[in-house]
Design a protein around this ligand. Structure first.
Ligand SMILES: NC(=O)c1ccc[n+]([C@@H]2O[C@H](COP(=O)([O-])OP(=O)(O)OC[C@H]3O[C@@H](n4cnc5c(N)ncnc54)[C@H](O)[C@@H]3O)[C@@H](O)[C@H]2O)c1
Length: 295
């Protein structure tokens, strides 16, 4: 089956980035959100990123126009009736995603493939909300989508080999590298990354080293761009806690139990960079060790 029209549902941080990548790969893109203002926000984000690419002479202004012209703004799911591939990128909520897939199932052509960019909801569970579980797949991009090369391709229990092959072709045409992953909690990257961050927190708890030294050691010893505590402050402790809870719920193994200090920081509103304090203190405008808490 040839894929020419891709519908992206959700024009937020990830949806806009993926829409841009799809349009740059030559696909016709329908970018959908619940209201015109949200679609326009996504379009403005894409436009801004393309402006930077023109400025850096990576693309010409003609290319910029061609790419933007390939994206059709939409606020109605009916606009996806001719789509070959529909990628859902709305906020992380099962009931909201379920409602979209149930509607799409009645609107879209029978051969259309459905995909979700969910970070944590089982693909098999989402696939079961449709009458086409063979044509349902996880396509998990990383943030920011135009920059990050990896796509995890997650096969639900009933996903067909043809659906996987088509999704791999789409990822390759988007200039991404894809890996096949089974439908397990956290998939691959978030699972391994979370295990490492949990172990870093265990080391902190045991007094093996300080937060700053653990971050320094992992950056210099493993060539990580950010240490585990720096990374959690960057993504937000609320987001990190949710990932941790998903893994704990999914595996029912004490190894995945969310770290208590992380939970306490998140409950008290210290969510990292976005609130000024997390594992570090950013209130002076620079990253500093916290002096108000004894870890
Ligand atoms: N942000 C990340 O780092 C990241 C990375 C990988 C995967 N994800 C996953 O991608 C998905 C989206 O995350 P995000 O960070 O882009 O969220 P976001 O909050 O930035 O954007 C979500 C968008 O979906 C729209 N939306 C909500 N309900 C809708 C509906 N019924 N129909 C159409 N649009 C609707 C919202 O208006 C919003 O524009 C989530 O499932 C998340 O787990 C996020």
């Amino acid at each position: 089956m040839e894929i020419t029209r891709i519908m992206i549902i959700g024009a937020g941080a990830m949806g806009a980035g993926i829409a841009q990548v799809a349009a740059q790969a030559g696909y016709r893109v329908i970018l959908n959100d619940v209201a015109e203002a949200f679609v326009q926000k996504g379009m403005a984000a894409i436009s801004g990123t393309l402006d930077k690419q023109v400025h850096k002479e990576k693309i010409s202004s003609d290319d910029r126009k061609i790419i933007l012209d390939r994206i059709i703004p939409s606020t109605k799911l009916e606009d996806g009736k001719d789509a070959d591939f529909v990628l859902e990128v709305i906020f992380e909520d099962f009931e909201a995603k379920k409602s979209i897939f149930e509607t799409l199932d009645t609107l879209c052509k029978p051969q259309a493939i459905f995909a979700s960019n969910t970070s944590s909801i089982p693909i098999t569970r989402l696939a079961a909300t449709t009458k086409r579980p063979e044509q349902f797949i996880g396509m998990h991009f990383f943030n920011p989508a135009p920059v990050m090369k990896l796509v995890e391709i997650i096969r639900g229990i009933k996903t067909s080999e043809e659906t996987i092959a088509i999704t791999e072709q789409i990822a390759a045409r988007m200039d991404k590298t894809s890996v096949r992953v089974k439908d397990v909690p956290g998939f691959l990257v978030n699972r391994i990354n979370n295990a490492m961050r949990n172990e870093a927190k265990n080391c902190l708890l045991e007094g093996v080293a300080t937060i700053e030294d653990i971050d320094t050691a992992l950056k210099l010893g493993l060539r990580l761009p950010m240490g585990p505590f720096e990374l959690e402050d960057f993504v937000g402790l609320d987001v990190a806690l949710n990932v941790s809870k998903t893994l704990y719920d999914g595996y029912k193994d004490v190894k995945w139990r969310p770290n208590r200090t992380m939970e306490q920081l998140a409950i008290s509103g210290d969510l990292g960079r976005k609130t000024g304090k997390g594992w570090y203190d950013y209130t002076s405008g620079e990253k500093k060790p916290r002096t108000d808490i004894e870890f």
